[in-house]
Design a protein around this ligand. Sequence first.
Ligand SMILES: Nc1ncnc2c1ncn2[C@@H]1O[C@H](COP(=O)(O)OP(=O)(O)O)[C@@H](O)[C@H]1O
Ligand SMILES: [Mg+2]
Length: 155
Amino acid sequence: MTRSFEFHLTDEIATVAMGNCVADIIEQGAVIYLHGDLGAGKTTFTRGVVQGFGHTGKVKSPTYTLVEPYELERANVYHFDLYRLGDPEELEYMGIRDYFSTDAICVVEWPEKGGEFIPVPDLDITLSYVGKERKIVINSASERGITIVEKLNNK
Ligand SMILES: Nc1ncnc2c1ncn2[C@@H]1O[C@H](COP(=O)(O)OP(=O)(O)O)[C@@H](O)[C@H]1O
Ligand SMILES: [Mg+2]
């Protein structure tokens, strides 16, 4: 059974706040997929998550490096952007499995480009345009994901 949470995001601040909110609820080992067109707010949302875990600097999409690590006190957060990934097999060579450990948080932009090489998510998130604003839909994709979405709906 899937649980779903939906929210209208009026501006960039709201998108960051949503990421913060998710950071407050998720635990180590969580995997988040982010879907949405270019500019939909995936990286903005990720900034909210990473800053929610205590990072104070910038967050930009690791478009060319595929992954940006944030080794923080509460958890290691790994931000993937697979937009420019040519062949999913490259993920094997970079040792992708090592990132998805039980004590890390993994956030993945363009997960569809990774094919079978990335673990299944707990949360499957889609950001979309609503005029100049945005909408977020968060679907649970695991038992752990169900608990998280239920908490979001009860906030
Ligand atoms: N809720 C929102 N409403 C309007 N603009 C937003 C909202 N959230 C983010 N933005 C803006 O949209 C752009 C999103 O860029 P980015 O997060 O890099 O998108 P993506 O990673 O999906 O390509 C940024 O310029 C950001 O300021
Ligand atoms: Mg991005």
